[in-house]
Design a protein around this ligand. Sequence first.
Ligand SMILES: [Zn+2]
Length: 660
Amino acid sequence: MRHRTALLLALALGAAAARAAPPSLPGPAFPQYVTPAALEAACSRHLAEVQAAVKKLERRPVDAGWLAASDDLNALTEDRAHPFFLITNVHPDKAMREASEACELRWQSYFTALGQNETLYKAARRVKPRDAIDRELLKTTLEGFEDAGVSLPAAQRARAKAINDRIDQLGQTFDKNIRDDATKLAFTEAELKGVPENVWKAAKRDDQGRVLLGLDYPSSVPVIQLAVDPAARERMWRAKQSEGGAENLKLLAEIAQLRREYAALFGKPSFADFKLRRRMAENVPKVKRFLGEVQQAVAEREQRELEELREAKAKDIGQPLAQVKLNRWDVAYYTERVKRERYSVDQEAFRPYFPPRESLAFVMRVIEQMMGVRYEPVPGVALWHPEALAFRAVDVKTGRPLATLYIDAYPRDGKYGHAAVWPIRSGSARLKRAPQAALVVNFDRNGLSLEEVETLLHEFGHAVHNNLSTARHSTQGGGALPDFVEAPSQMLEPWVYDPKVVALMRDVCPACKPVPDEMLARAKIAERYGKGAQYARQRLFASFDLELHGPDAPEPMALWQRLESATILGHVPGTMFPAGFSHVATNGNYTAGYYGYLWSEVLAADLRTAFEANKLDPAVGRRYRDTILARGSEKPPQALVRDFLGRESNSKAFFEDLKR
Ligand SMILES: [Zn+2]
């Protein structure tokens, strides 16, 4: 049934395009593997093909075309390797996911070996870049080689490779332990009082008729936020705080030790020092200072908010304030309650206004209005699951297809449980190569809360960062520095509280009831509530990450306990948050880089100042598209932001915002 609705909507949205010619997707089709063995065979074939291309590049003379040739290799590698990284996270069949994971490890090992390829490194060092864009590419290329250990003595180089391979493996197991965590908690209907029926009505039951709920967001968040029964909230909260399990703590400890050893190979006192020297933030003291400033800016607010929540609890349970303790599992519940009571805002009440399909169309309409790009559905494309959809981004002015976006919207067992975008292919003007990305979320089929629409907008910020790049080289088509990468997404988040933006819902769903302006206005005020506690928590995560990757590489649980104990609500014995903290475990942008979420917020708030008068201003949107999104990493982020704003970036807007 649902599928039919989707198709009808797709047809309606695509009607204009359909009259001209049946739309097709730019770029290669998503690979279809029928069996794990077929996937494995393809994996071997692709690796061999890419390795042959490496050999060819090794033999190539170092002339004016060398840098472009090395970027050709990057483009080929993306096409052959990246689909597997998505399959691991979204394929409905566990055996396929596992085959894909095994394939991923082979690719990661290939990447580490490539980083240590001396022939290519020596060639790159002889390249004479012809302009600033090529110079930037060459700089990051050389840094990549150096950070992989290419110029270390042979024994240390081998150790660097072994460490990287081992961390990849450990990180993968860490993620798998979270993704495949089959914990189900049993609740009686009475225990679920306050939790909307649509969350649990269709859930499986145990032999005593109790509702079984897993740790996925659509199940766990409503229980923690809305269950009236404190014991029910506590159980779900504790389970969520222990997601990944004790094995993951051991994995994380080993990972942290290995990273410290890795940094030592390069003569650096810590992995954080090793990483930060390549980032916008530049060094550890600078990040620590920034985190200190954030903490200072929010401390009073956090204290006040938590005290208000404690008062709300005392009133609720009818006890004198002096005897009431606010527990961690009370925070989300009483935050929601205060929001409902004080601002009459109930996130659940937004669901009828934002049906899933129409919400997607709405966010696409926002992008169209701002950036002059239309997302058109392309029906009938074979992907990894029948519910996954394909869209193409088309430039409104020229009608030119620019990119492909896949969307996988609903939760299912074994699927990645958060919201994220996987870049599959980076664009390149030189190669006339169209970007491709996949946006993965877990919607409630009954509709989205306003917070979930906000998440969707956030993810679209990532999607357009990939889709609208016209950078010269594919290597520069997606990747931005880790401490900038969240900024384009965070910039869009407050858009959902602007009535003018939300009014675009009418364009895509004339039959939908419009969100009442005053409901939105209240939600906007309420959104500020709880920010103190939220930022303080983000600061805590960032500090944990930084210290875990500090000179001592401390034991993760002991470190977490120490840091969390120093917060107002303290540490809850028995919980093990780090076991589910994938950001710091897996090798990627957030390792010794979690502070990037806060750092990007500074940039996002600054970018937003350009849209102050009108969030949908097509001229500003176009400038944003051209100066930032289109350029990928052709320039360092500071320079891109300067081009867009016409001045140096500063943290004024961010800290002012914190005070609001
Ligand atoms: Zn993000």
